[in-house]
Design a protein around this ligand. Structure first.
Ligand SMILES: O=C(O)CCC(=O)C(=O)O
Length: 329
């Protein structure tokens, strides 16, 4: 399958995002990118001999695309895989629709994108598939007590020296309404920063801690073993994506404790300024989950958060896999 001219152009626009863009949602009108992609289906053999096309459709002007016509429980050919990976590089977040995968099949599917690793918190791992952890509003680590995890903006794993490159989140049980996940494009955030502020950030590094002084979400109690695996780490505030070569603002409001070498008041002032800027709606896409959605996001250039604006009496359960990471540079 080759991308036609229009799709290449839309992908190019996306990879050179320099300004804030408006946000639309999945049920909005087709964007240029959608109509271009809709004409570029991959012809795939699918169940019962039925042929379906792989389609990639932008979900917003700033981040995210939906993929249909792919069944990750069956092998993908090299062309399909390369289109999928290219779409992820271009859109940073992919929602692959209609997936029905048990934990083992999910772990196998994740290998298309990298090497799955076992989640830090042993209690949240699934028996027989330690790469898969449970994200639930009744988390195993709280013995089933009600809690909406990850409600505040973050990027996964930044408390590790080599944070996960990608995270995959598969919807298992959804509330009737709400429970959305929001995403921020951190390339777009960096590109929209004023030059003077951006120049101040060059060369600065931040100290990330599992339990940071500025954390705003619930933080799990770690076992002694888990605590030993998560000492404070230092990462640059601007990092370069190894595949696209683009720079992104690399912040994690939950885990950054302070700017390395700075006192608390001046460090807090700069971090507050960056967060306020980054949280602006023009950098965001809000995903309304559908049954069978599997979302893959790139932690190197996005942030995300879970929404708690739904009936919490209803169960929400996701299966999550993180892929082995790399040291941010
Ligand atoms: O549950 C969600 O929507 C997001 C989960 C999340 O933030 C995470 O797994 O890091």
């Amino acid at each position: 399958m080759l991308l036609d001219k229009e799709e290449r152009r839309s992908n190019k626009i996306r990879t050179t995002l320099g300004k804030p863009h408006g946000v639309c949602d999945d049920i909005g009108r087709p964007s240029k990118a959608e109509s271009g992609n809709a004409r570029n289906g991959l012809r795939n053999k699918r169940q019962a001999g039925k042929e379906e096309s792989m389609r990639i459709k932008a979900l917003s002007d700033v981040v995210g695309a939906a993929v249909t016509g792919v069944d990750l429980s069956t092998p993908l050919d090299a062309k399909e895989l390369s289109v999928l990976k290219r779409a992820l590089t271009d859109h940073l977040v992919l929602c692959i629709r209609g997936q029905s995968l048990d934990a083992r099949a999910f772990a196998d599917a994740s290998r298309l994108f990298g090497r799955p690793k076992s989640f830090l918190l042993r209690r949240d791992r699934i028996d027989g598939a330690p790469e898969v952890s449970i994200v639930s509003n009744r988390p195993p680590s709280l013995e089933g007590k009600l809690l909406v995890q990850a409600k505040y903006w973050h990027t996964d794993d930044s408390y590790l020296a080599a944070p996960a490159t990608l995270t995959l989140l598969l919807a298992k049980t959804l509330p009737n309404d709400g429970g959305d996940t929001e995403f921020i494009n951190c390339h777009a955030v960096l590109n929209a920063l004023q030059d003077t502020l951006r120049q101040r950030l060059e060369g600065l590094r931040a100290v990330h801690k599992y339990r940071s002084r500025r954390n705003k979400s619930w933080v799990a109690i770690r076992s002694a073993e888990e605590e030993a695996e998560t000492p404070p780490v230092v990462h640059p505030l601007i990092r370069t994506h190894p595949e696209s070569g683009q720079k992104a603002l690399y912040i994690n409001p939950n885990r950054i404790d302070h700017i390395d070498g700075w006192g608390e008041p001046e460090s807090d002032a700069l971090l507050d300024e960056l967060y306020e800027f980054a949280f602006q709606p023009q950098f965001q896409y809000r995903h309304r989950w559908q049954a069978g959605d599997l979302i893959v996001w790139d932690n190197r250039c996005t942030m995300h958060r879970a929404n708690a604006d739904y009936d919490l009496n209803q169960l929400r359960v996701m299966h999550r896999i993180m892929l082995e990471g790399e040291v941010p540079v």
